[in-house]
Design a protein around this ligand. Structure first.
Ligand SMILES: NC(=O)c1ccc[n+]([C@@H]2O[C@H](COP(=O)([O-])OP(=O)(O)OC[C@H]3O[C@@H](n4cnc5c(N)ncnc54)[C@H](O)[C@@H]3O)[C@@H](O)[C@H]2O)c1
Length: 248
């Protein structure tokens, strides 16, 4: 029996990196997959991957900073597949390293807008759908930057700590409604998000990893499948750190 047989899985930022790997892993586990991403995202490749393993899929254009867009994307999911079982709130953006004093207020608001307010907005309408249909599962993509500071990344760190706050709060509020809410906290994973990192920074990322390598998107996707499926049926409000042992 596949772990997500016939489940409807909605993935924000599903066209690239961690979201794309999660979409493929979910399809391999029997899910119907909705890839929700910016309209100009490279979603065709992600849809083709899902199709290649026989999965049903749908692309919905979504900007998580636009509430009407979020509501439309969830409505389109329910219209196509009848319900929403699992949501992976994964869409996010990084920021270049800048000291606290160099970080502009505009840059701070932009990161918070996508990485934190975007997650709140998606959760709000996903949870409303879950209540209406009698349950569901949320997995939020936080970061190792959600559990510790990182000099030069004030907005990103604040946004990812905030995602854990939303995760824990919703887990408590909805625990008696057949809803579970958990988060994943990866260290640096080799995706397009970090492709522009200076080679020296990349070497530092690798050097700080006890395994002396970056993570792979497929390794995070496996954690997503665990948290999305009944394998984690008593796991709620937690954060799964995937970091090769960095914070040990
Ligand atoms: N790669 C890493 O090292 C790493 C580590 C920890 C956490 N994360 C988190 O994982 C998530 C995915 O990152 P990734 O590495 O796959 O990056 P990525 O750049 O490969 O993918 C991010 C996706 O999000 C989409 N996106 C961006 N802004 C959006 C918006 N406003 N609305 C809808 N979609 C939007 C992009 O189009 C893209 O498809 C992010 O939240 C990131 O913060 C990444």
């Amino acid at each position: 029996m596949k772990k997500l047989e016939n489940k409807v899985v909605f993935i924000t930022g599903g066209a690239s990196g961690l979201g794309r790997a999660a979409a493929l892993a979910a399809a391999e586990e029997g899910a119907k997959v909705v890839i929700a991403d910016l309209s100009n995202s490279d979603h065709q490749a992600a849809l083709a991957e899902v199709g290649a393993v026989g999965g049903e899929s749908l692309f919905v254009p979504l900007d998580v900073t636009n509430s009407a867009n979020v509501q439309e994307a969830i409505a389109a999911t329910v219209q196509k597949f009848g319900r929403l079982d699992v949501a992976l709130n994964n869409a996010g953006i990084g920021e270049g390293f800048a000291s606290f004093l160099e970080t502009s207020e505009e840059s701070f608001q932009r990161i918070i807008g996508v990485n934190l307010t975007g997650v709140f907005t998606c959760m709000k309408y996903e949870l409303a759908q879950f209540v209406q249909q009698g349950g569901g599962v949320i997995v939020n993509m936080s970061s190792l930057a959600g559990v510790r500071g990182a000099a030069g990344l004030s907005a990103y760190v604040a946004s990812k700590h905030g995602v854990l706050g939303l995760t824990k709060t919703a887990a408590l509020e909805f625990a008696r409604r057949n809803v579970r809410v958990n988060a994943i906290c990866p260290y640096y994973i080799d995706t397009p998000l970090i492709k522009d990192a200076h080679p020296d920074q990349r070497q530092q990322m690798i050097a700080a990893s006890p395994m002396k390598r970056l993570g792979r998107a497929e390794e995070v996707a496996k954690a997503f499948i665990y948290l999305a499926s009944d394998d984690s049926s008593y796991t709620n409000g937690t954060q799964l750190v995937i970091d090769s042992g960095v914070i040990s």
